[in-house]
Design a protein around this ligand. Structure first.
Ligand SMILES: NC(=O)c1ccc[n+]([C@@H]2O[C@H](COP(=O)([O-])OP(=O)(O)OC[C@H]3O[C@@H](n4cnc5c(N)ncnc54)[C@H](OP(=O)(O)O)[C@@H]3O)[C@@H](O)[C@H]2O)c1
Length: 165
């Protein structure tokens, strides 16, 4: 969190139309993004909402996972609020969705890493707007679309502005 504790990064794959999900699922298959997610989060802490945990269906190996939920879940480390989950973290934190975690996490994040998926899929779960006064786009790198990437994609990095506290 800004100025204290572990750095907090919001990480998401977002379509051109802002869609991040349809029901519990992600409406595209971009393996390169999953690989990048693994590389960025392994050894660190990911914080996810209960619905995202259900959609993944298991705890991902090699990183600590904290699920935000008002109810305990068997076999999973849980926190009752996002602030509590961040306070529990002892390694760099990645807020990994879904929409509710992103919306609340926007005010707590030091940076945002978006895989922009160059598609406009139907979906009912959207990424919240990025406040340009709070974050600025500092890097954009085209991805290399491979055989297992359904769409082209780019990696966008946003940093908190000096006044964006
Ligand atoms: N494209 C991407 O990068 C990406 C990444 C992750 C997820 N997704 C998609 O996002 C969708 C799921 O997002 P979602 O917004 O529906 O659900 P979500 O944020 O994953 O989970 C919502 C649940 O988390 C708990 N929660 C969240 N914030 C809380 C808070 N501040 N305090 C207490 N509890 C809190 C509540 O659980 P309880 O009801 O148990 O209390 C709430 O019902 C799926 O479609 C998924 O595929 C996309």
């Amino acid at each position: 969190m800004v100025g204290e504790g572990q750095p907090v990064t919001l990480i998401a794959a977002v379509a051109e139309n802002g869609v991040i999900g349809r029901g519990l699922a992600i409406p595209w298959r971009v393996s390169s993004d999953l690989r990048r997610f693994k590389a960025r989060t392994t050894g660190n802490t990911i914080i996810i909402g209960r619905r995202t945990h259900e959609s993944i269906g298991k705890t991902l190996p090699g990183r600590r996972t904290i699920v935000v939920t008002r109810r305990p879940i068997d076999g999973v480390e849980a926190a009752k609020s996002l602030a509590e989950a961040i306070a529990m973290s002892t390694t760099p934190v990645f807020l990994a969705g879904g929409a509710r975690i992103y919306a609340e996490g926007m005010a707590l994040a030091d940076g945002i890493e978006i895989t922009r998926v160059h598609a406009t899929p139907d979906g009912d779960v959207h990424f919240p707007p990025i406040d340009p006064e709070r974050f600025r786009l500092v890097d954009i790198v085209p991805g290399e679309q491979g055989e297992r990437d359904e769409f082209a994609f780019s990696f966008e990095t946003y940093a908190r502005t000096p006044t964006g506290n």
